[in-house]
Ligand binder design. Structure first.
Ligand SMILES: NC(=O)c1ccc[n+]([C@@H]2O[C@H](COP(=O)([O-])OP(=O)(O)OC[C@H]3O[C@@H](n4cnc5c(N)ncnc54)[C@H](OP(=O)(O)O)[C@@H]3O)[C@@H](O)[C@H]2O)c1
Length: 305
């Protein structure tokens, strides 16, 4: 596998093998200005990360506009990158004064309005991929599917996916859409392995879609966590890294995900190019079964049965 290898989601849309998540773009006391964001975009592309994961709510709903300003400074061609975004979480924050409490909205009106606002803030006329961010218990599958199909028909969105959906929720929406759902973005890492057994990855292989994986380093807790599980996993990653002669836990943690046959697409959250470069090194690592199970055993705290 190389940094140049890509994952096809549909016949028209493919993603880079690792995707850069934008959720933390404005974190920190001083945030990031447009020049710094342009530099981050260019640095990611140099590493082969051409796909960027967003949501309308990131950074208290301010990340889209900041990234749009960064893209304008970057001055590269829009078609050289892929923009993924999400909608349906209604956040309580200063620029969403109508939201009295956090909730979900998969109505046709909200989906269309959210995408139009995302396009305006990002300064683009299409998203490569739109995901429903969270399953909405009030989702009317017919209405939601019609709204999503309209977005594709109008060219504002090139492919549709979901996030955090159970296989059953996925199949309900799929049953009403005129095209296949391109992906399910779910949480998984060496610290969070439920997708291996809850049916999500079985469904992905059965239907042939590549799942996107959020918080592939446990949101950073892999490095900072003091619990037994985190310490055990760090020790196992270090042992495997030493065996491979790579020396980098982070590369092995990402390689552990890439080893899965469902073609997982990690959405990595570091905002530091030097760390992104270590994660890109995962593409050169091919874990054997015993190395992979060493890490699973450490995560679960017991050998497999
Ligand atoms: N669909 C969903 O519901 C959902 C939910 C959450 C996230 N996401 C997506 O997934 C993306 C990634 O999530 P995430 O940010 O939680 O991913 P992550 O890659 O698991 O965690 C990123 C965090 O780990 C830290 N980190 C990385 N390498 C480190 C190291 N060697 N030592 C110490 N800290 C290290 C980063 O800090 P530095 O920046 O300092 O390197 C950053 O704070 C988000 O940006 C978003 O696009 C989606």
């Amino acid at each position: 596998m190389s940094c140049d290898s890509r994952i096809a989601l549909t016949k028209d849309v493919s993603l880079s093998r690792l995707v850069l998540g934008a959720r933390r773009l404005l974190d920190g006391d001083s945030g990031r200005d447009a020049d710094q964001i342009a530099w981050l975009i260019a640095s990611a592309i140099d590493l082969g990360l051409t796909s960027f994961d967003h949501a309308d709510i990131y950074g208290n709903c301010e990340v889209h506009a900041a990234f749009g300003a960064g893209m304008a400074r970057w001055q590269g061609r829009r078609e050289k990158i892929e923009l993924v975004s999400k909608c349906d979480i209604m956040l309580v924050c200063a620029n969403r004064p109508q939201n009295r409490l956090k909730h979900y909205d998969t109505s046709a009106g909200h989906i269309a309005a959210s995408v139009d606002r995302s396009l305006a803030n990002l300064g683009t006329d299409y998203l490569d991929l739109l995901l429903l961010h969270r399953p909405d218990p009030l989702m009317d599958a017919d209405e939601t599917a019609a709204a999503l199909a309209d977005l594709v028909k109008s060219g504002r969105v090139r492919a549709i996916g979901v996030s955090n959906f159970t296989p059953s929720q996925f199949e309900l929406l799929a049953s009403r859409l005129p095209f296949a759902i391109a992906t399910n973005q779910i949480e998984m890492s060496v610290l969070k392995t439920t997708a291996l057994t809850d049916g999500s990855l079985d469904q992905a292989q059965r239907l042939g879609y590549a799942p996107m994986i959020w918080s592939p380093l446990g949101g950073g807790s892999l490095f900072t966590g003091k619990e037994g599980r985190e310490a055990r996993v760090r020790a196992a990653l270090a042992a495997v890294a030493a065996e491979l002669g790579s020396g980098e836990l982070v590369s092995v943690a990402i390689a552990w995900l890439l080893r899965h046959p469902a073609r997982l697409v990690p959405v990595i959250g570091s905002m530091k190019p030097e760390r992104l470069a270590l994660m890109a090194k995962a593409l050169e690592i091919d874990l054997d079964r015993q190395q992979w199970f060493t890490i699973l055993e450490a995560s679960e705290g017991r050998p497999v049965a």
